[in-house]
Ligand binder design. Sequence first.
Ligand SMILES: NC(=O)c1ccc[n+]([C@@H]2O[C@H](COP(=O)([O-])OP(=O)(O)OC[C@H]3O[C@@H](n4cnc5c(N)ncnc54)[C@H](OP(=O)(O)O)[C@@H]3O)[C@@H](O)[C@H]2O)c1
Length: 231
Amino acid sequence: MKIFISGVSSGIGLALAKKYLDQGADVYGLSRRPCPDSRVKWICCDLKDLDSIKGSLNELLSHNANIDLAILNAGVLGTIQDLSAAKLEELKAMIDINLWANKELIDYICGERTCSQVITLSSGAAVNGNRGWSGYSLSKAALNMMTSLYSKEFQNTHFCAFAPGLVDTAMQDQLCSITETDNFTSLQRIQNARGTENMPTADELADKLPNIFKKLLEYTSGSFIDIRKMN
Ligand SMILES: NC(=O)c1ccc[n+]([C@@H]2O[C@H](COP(=O)([O-])OP(=O)(O)OC[C@H]3O[C@@H](n4cnc5c(N)ncnc54)[C@H](OP(=O)(O)O)[C@@H]3O)[C@@H](O)[C@H]2O)c1
């Protein structure tokens, strides 16, 4: 099995890479920092540099016409703040990484190669509209729609936008370090979940994800699926 994962230097992407490698898969990945697992065929790529993405993929996947599973996981949280306070430049930079980089990845993986399944890492923030999640929510809502649109264009590929629930990664370090939560009440729920079963580690989640990703194939291609709402 050939698997491509964006964002393999930490968190969910790294945990998934290790899990699939242990299962005997070939894992190809990219990130800015190196992947700590030397079994991953890795290339350094800054997804902010949209023009560099296709060249990096060409180098990484040169001998591979087909990918079985692409997990488009890389993403950034940005600043938790009111949308009205957010600087447009910051929002644009985040949307380049969380949205447009995934367009470049999908166009290459499904257009210039073939791929059986694409999973984009979304979030409950794509639909919750909680105060403070400004650019992140916008980027993930747009990612959901992009996933749906591509499902109609690349009909031989199964697409899903997948929300993994709360996972104890560097992203949570950022969320749990925010002390000003009066206006951003959703942060209190997240901070209370840390250290409980409601926020597994990335390795704990990754133990379950290969089976969950197989189950996603039972849903209509292009769906948004939240792990907390799966049976
Ligand atoms: N943790 C959660 O509770 C949670 C909940 C819902 C959704 N998610 C989603 O899950 C995904 C993974 O998040 P995580 O929690 O595992 O966070 P994380 O530990 O911060 O990992 C993010 C990964 O994305 C990569 N990345 C970020 N910016 C990049 C860039 N410009 N170019 C290339 N790679 C870049 C990082 O690599 P480098 O920094 O080395 O480039 C890293 O490998 C994200 O899409 C996130 O939105 C997470």
